[in-house]
Ligand binder design. Structure first.
Ligand code: SF4
Ligand code: SF4
Length: 202
């Protein structure tokens, strides 16, 4: 049974104009479940083809699991191209669209809104940093009242908890010196996690 009973929206008009600015600005943290959905949707891209590790020192304090490697600490993110666009951005005419839109990572799903979950109510707010550059905010005929996929929010909460365990297991292996802590080893580890999850959830 759903644990979320209601969604609340701010009184803000919004229509995405597909400028891609948000995709260019941010590194996108992902969980193993985001990775599985994308790998399936792309018809079998291997995770290491679209994943990167972002140094923790260069990030603000993200609420994401920290991966320990022999040369430092990292977050798991999507790769970017040299021009800053996300590896899954695609030009269609003058629009920059998301080529994995139906399965995009949870952090991308409701942008430029962020949400808080409290006692069964999910409350959406405009991400304050987006106010300065997102041209979609303030556009459109009515206040934002988009369709919220409650299941995606519940999945996101579960996925994050699971992903913490996945990364804790890796960090434990590293601490016990069962792995050397190279990027290659970590990518092997995450691909094995993804393969195992896919086998169990065909
Ligand atoms: S910056 Fe705003 S308008 Fe542009 S793609 Fe992102 S959400 Fe859409
Ligand atoms: S996954 Fe899609 S929505 Fe998310 S940053 Fe990449 S192109 Fe943008």
């Amino acid at each position: 049974m759903s644990t979320i009973v209601r969604a609340e929206f701010p009184r803000v008009r919004f229509t995405c104009v597909l400028c891609g600015e948000c995709c260019r600005r941010y590194w996108i943290p992902v969980t193993h479940r985001d990775v599985i959905r994308i790998a399936r949707y792309t018809g079998g891209m291997r995770p290491r083809e679209f994943l990167a590790l972002f140094p923790k020192d260069m990030a603000a304090d993200w609420d994401e699991p920290v991966i320990r490697l022999r040369d430092g600490e990292y977050y798991l993110v999507l790769k970017k191209r040299l021009d800053g666009t996300c590896i899954f951005n695609k030009w269609v005419g003058d629009k920059l669209i998301c080529s994995v839109h139906p399965v995009k990572p949870n952090v991308c799903r409701y942008y430029p809104f962020i949400y808080w979950l409290n006692n069964g109510v999910v409350k959406f707010e405009v991400y304050d940093k987006a106010l300065g550059y997102c041209p979609g905010i303030g556009r459109g005929g009515g206040y934002a009242n988009f369709r919220v996929e409650i299941s995606s929010i519940e999945d996101s909460v579960k996925a994050k908890a699971e992903f913490r365990e996945v990364i804790e297991k890796w960090n434990e292996q590293f601490k016990r010196r069962l792995v050397k802590g190279t990027i290659e080893e970590f990518m092997n580890y995450i691909e094995a996690v993804v393969d195992e999850y896919s086998r169990k959830n065909p």
